[in-house]
Design a protein around this ligand. Structure first.
Ligand code: NAD
Length: 437
């Protein structure tokens, strides 16, 4: 079977490569010619662990190729996946579907023979039907079905997530399209991955409901962390104590500076908009969105408070800029709210991120980018752990104290143990845990 993947970003490149690893012939398409050129040279335009080796072995095996020529790719394909971006539309928070609809039009013009058009992008309920309408308008003669197949992979562990998913969701009412999708996911079928066949609408809703539930879970534990600070409880014990209850589950109960990244912020907003438009508002999710936005700003205040109430004319070292470790993705990272607030308050910021500085530079131009964690801490009045990269988990305390002008750490990911840091002579502030005097 041959498929095309339209959009070669975090999702399209990983999904396309993994399908080729499953033995499918995959043509990855992007309109960004520079990206396609780099991929043809064997260069991976994003940071995703393990991806480079998987791309190169599948290219060598002749199952994976890259092109800007959408029409040529689509004409050869039995299934065409749309994996383009669906960012927040400016102003109203609705998902911007212009890339999806543009791709649908181009696909319609190029299809030959029966083609399954699959939305892999995260798209609001109703989009699949709209895509089918567009294709029909453009090509009344076309023989096709539209399927929703949302992607649940996480950046940083994307390959493992695609190859060993908790489930695959496939939304279509066409048995013919179902058979094509079943064939594509045959490898996962064999290892007994649950494959949920449902309608287009339910499938589209599942993706948003999943992401908003997870964002809600994070926000819940963040608020519990705040309450722990006021009551002397330790949020880690509380998270473990509730998470061991199988009905609650242990994952996504780690407090921090607020969720960010390329999905949760835009998907929560988009679902809020969908719900309002449908006359069935989601008040819990509306509140989650509001709490999370305030939380990021509150984290800057927490840093300032730890610096004796002012960062004017002080230097703050920031370790980690990406929204989570093992990615270079800066989209909606908490650092984009926290760092400018510190600069605004008069701080000089020295930052280091292992993979994110290339993406960060244009977004955070007013700071100094450093060579490593210790370089960032040199002469700083405080150090903030903003992203829990492994290399920040075991910093050399003696070297830190030598580099810093003052031993102050604001650990927004709770990487260190309060008692240890206090014993080492630090003023230590974390999230939701009591610090011994
Ligand atoms: P991305 O911005 O990294 O990649 C999108 C790519 O599509 C870009 O390279 C762009 O040039 C290309 N593109 C846009 N229009 C095109 C067209 N007409 N023809 C060819 N290429 C085109 O986006 P992403 O992070 O991969 O996300 C894609 C979708 O997957 C979004 O809907 C997102 O919500 C969803 N998703 C993302 C993740 C994630 O972790 N990033 C996880 C699950 C789902």
């Amino acid at each position: 079977m041959r498929i095309s993947m339209i959009g070669t970003g975090y999702v399209g490149l990983v999904s396309g490569t993994c399908f080729s690893e499953f033995g499918v012939d995959v043509i990855c398409v992007d309109k960004d010619a520079a990206k396609i050129e780099r991929l043809r040279q064997g260069e991976i335009p994003i940071y995703e662990p393990g991806l480079e080796a998987l791309v190169s072995s599948n290219v060598a095996a002749g199952r994976l190729s890259f092109t800007t020529d959408l029409a040529d790719a689509v004409a050869q394909s039995q299934a065409v996946f749309i994996a383009v971006g669906t960012p927040s539309r400016r102003g109203d928070g609705h998902a911007d579907l212009s890339f999806v609809y543009a791709a649908a039009r181009e696909i319609a013009r190029a299809m030959t023979g029966y083609t399954v058009v699959v939305t892999k992008s995260t798209v609001p309920v109703g989009t699949g039907r709209a895509v089918a309408r567009i294709i029909r308008e453009e090509r009344p003669d076309a023989d096709f079905d539209v399927v929703s197949n949302p992607e649940f992979l996480r950046e940083g562990s994307a390959i493992q997530d695609f190859m060993r998913p908790d489930r695959v969701v496939i939304g279509t009412d066409s048995p013919r399209a179902q058979a094509v999708m079943r064939q594509l996911y045959r490898v996962l079928y064999l290892i007994e991955t649950p494959i949920l066949f449902t309608t287009l609408e339910s499938s589209e809703m599942i993706k948003y409901a999943a992401n908003t539930f997870l964002a809600t879970k994070i926000t819940f534990i963040n608020e519990i962390a705040d309450l722990c600070e006021h009551t002397g409880a330790d949020v880690h014990d509380v998270a473990r104590g509730i998470g061991l209850d199988g009905r609650i589950g242990r994952k996504f109960l780690h407090p921090g500076p607020g969720y960010g990244g390329s999905c949760f912020p835009k998907d929560t907003l988009a679902l809020v908009t969908t719900a309002q438009e449908a006359g069935s508002p989601l008040r819990i999710v509306e509140t989650v969105v509001d709490i999370n936005a305030r939380r990021k700003r509150a984290m800057a205040d927490r840093i300032i408070a730890a610096c004796d109430g002012t960062v004017a004319d002080k230097t703050v070292a920031i370790l980690g800029l990406t929204f989570k470790p093992n990615t270079d993705d800066m989209r909606d990272a908490p650092s984009l709210d926290i760092v400018p607030a510190l600069v605004e308050a008069g701080a000089t910021v020295r930052a280091f991120d292992p993979e994110g500085m290339g993406e960060a530079r244009p977004l955070l131009p007013d700071i100094t980018y450093c060579d490593d964690a210790y370089d960032a801490m040199t002469g700083a009045d405080a150090v903030v752990i903003l992203t829990e990269w492994n290399e920040f988990r075991a910093l050399n305390i003696a070297r830190m104290k030598e580099a810093l002008a003052a031993p102050v750490m604001i650990d927004l990911r709770n990487v260190y143990t309060p008692a240890d840091m206090v014993a080492a002579g630090f003023r230590y502030v974390s999230v939701g845990r009591p610090t011994p005097a």
